[in-house]
Design a protein around this ligand. Sequence first.
Ligand code: ZN
Length: 123
Amino acid sequence: MTKPEIIKKVRKWAEILCCNEQDLEIVFKKFSKDENKDDGDFETVGYTVSNARYLKATIYFNTDRLKLINDETIVHEILHIKLAELTGYLYANEEKAKADQWKGYFEERFVSQMAKIITRKLS
Ligand SMILES: [Zn+2]
């Protein structure tokens, strides 16, 4: 996808997923080694930083992998915004190791699963 297509799709999906009350910034950048958390057959195309308390979020897209971005990857990132409040609560109230485990595995798995379901139903 091109940058203008991605921006248009992010706005569209944010509205469908009731996330358009967020101050949502979209940033295109070349990812550093730390940002490229590739594992096996998964390549990092984007990630999201979200502040649930102040309804602000930024989605970063990897300019080296714009071709890999599709509706599912965009929905995946928006769903991270939806879960930011819960994840923030865990970090505030649970041991860091538990919160890391939630974020690194359960949140990732849940948004991946929901992104597939949503895009197959609504695309
Ligand atoms: Zn993710």
